[in-house]
Each structure stands twice: as structure tokens, then as C-alpha cells.
Design a protein around this ligand. Sequence first.
Ligand SMILES: NC(=O)c1ccc[n+]([C@@H]2O[C@H](COP(=O)([O-])OP(=O)(O)OC[C@H]3O[C@@H](n4cnc5c(N)ncnc54)[C@H](OP(=O)(O)O)[C@@H]3O)[C@@H](O)[C@H]2O)c1
Length: 231
Amino acid sequence: MNNPRNVIVTGATSGVGLALIPLLKEKGYQPILTGRNAEKVQNYAAEQQVPGYVLDVSDTGSIPSVIEEIEKENGPIFGLINNAGIWLEGEFATNKPEDIHDVVNCNMMGTMMATHAVLPDLAERGTGFIFNVVSTGALYTRKNISVYAASKWAIRGFTGCLEAEYAPKGVRVMGFYPGKISSEMYTTAGVPRDLEIAMTPHQAAEMIIMMITHENMVWSHVSGRSLSDYV
Ligand SMILES: NC(=O)c1ccc[n+]([C@@H]2O[C@H](COP(=O)([O-])OP(=O)(O)OC[C@H]3O[C@@H](n4cnc5c(N)ncnc54)[C@H](OP(=O)(O)O)[C@@H]3O)[C@@H](O)[C@H]2O)c1
């Protein structure tokens, strides 16, 4: 039997990440649910009947060993969805240094180092994908979101560069740039937000699934290019 197409989802204990799990399953992928909170990981993995692992992407030193454990127990990784993310807003001078570090560590370094841990094997096999959940915050600038925007702008650049670097090797690197989603993100950050016109986590997850399942296409900035365009 062929290996299952294992897809690691970071930050899958809430919102978009959690909504992705059943949709990935429906499409024949084997989702690997990961998150920073052990109890939530255990509960949601059991509920969704998928493998679950504690992976705090801010703790970048721990990422390679967790990825190794996942591969050892489940087989090769087919895809990585860098979804874990946290919000911070307010005038920059009033942002606490520790909060600035947390946002950059999670949104930027977590995405880069999780990618770094899986990409060599994907490139060697010449297949699979890296999918970065970015944000419209990486497409424009406005006041009071400088740190979150910086972390996401960094990933916009990272995604575009890796797309060009790895498409010729058969690995798709894609970015998704949603606007407001009615998830836990703002509540977790202690920020009130009117989410009446936001898309739901399920709707965002459906868009991601659409992008992932077109396996000959690369979607960056939500515009599809064929993998063969790079060769
Ligand atoms: N909500 C929006 O309006 C919006 C708009 C554009 C883009 N996005 C992006 O969409 C992605 C998903 O966010 P969401 O809206 O679904 O928010 P969410 O409901 O808060 O989900 C975020 C998930 O990331 C997890 N997480 C946070 N820090 C982590 C860490 N260090 N290591 C591993 N997991 C961590 C959270 O864990 P816990 O369950 O333990 O909290 C949660 O499961 C994020 O990258 C976010 O920036 C969101």
C-alpha cells in the first residue's frame, strides 16, 4: 500500500487549523493535528480520530525532533500547513517587548523553522507542498498592527522566494491571504473585534483545501500557476 499523504497542520486546536482536519480527511489526506496545548491536542486528536502531537512552533529548537517523531510514527510528510498564528495590536511604542517577541517567534520564526524541518525530504522526493496561512495584513499597511503585519509581511516574502526556489524541484509553496475570520484569534489576544462580516474558519479552510487539492498548481497570492511554468 502507498504511504498516506500525511499533512501536518500547526495550530490545529482552534479556528482554521481545526476546521481543516475533517476537510483534509475527506479529500484523502492523513491530517496530523498539532498544537501548543497538550490537553487540547489530545482531546481534538481523539475527537477527530487523527494522530496528534504537541508542537509549539515558538519553541523553534523543539521543531526538528517533533517532526522526526511524526515521520517515524506516520511515514513521510506530504504537506505542511503553517497555520499557527497570534495577533497583537496597539500603538507600537506601547506593545510589550515580550509580546513582540512572541508574535515574531510564532508567526515568522515558527513558520520558517517548521518549513526548514520538512522541506529537504519533500525536495528529495520532488513532491508535496508547504502552505502558509498569511493574511491581508501582509498586503497593506495600517496603524496599530505593525508587529503582526511585520511578521506576516516576512512570510509573504518568504513564501514567494521559496515558491520560485522549490517549484522547479516539484514542491509547491503557497500562501493564503485571508481577511477577517471569525475564529478565536482576537479573543485570545484580548482584543474586541466585530466579526459579523468575517468568513468562518470552515469557509477559510474550504479555500485552503481548494488550493491544496489542485496538485499540479502553485497558488501564490491566490493566483494559480502550473508547476510546469517553472521548469
Ligand atoms: N482570524 C483572522 O481574522 C485572521 C485573518 C487573517 C489571517 N489569520 C491567520 O490565520 C491563522 C489561523 O488563525 P485563526 O484565525 O484560526 O486563529 P485561532 O482560532 O486563534 O487559531 C490559532 C491557532 O494557533 C495556535 N497557536 C498559537 N500559538 C502557537 C504556537 N506557538 N505553537 C503552536 N500553535 C500555536 C492556537 O493554539 P491555542 O488553541 O492553544 O490557542 C490556535 O490553535 C493564523 O496564522 C492567523 O494569523 C487570521
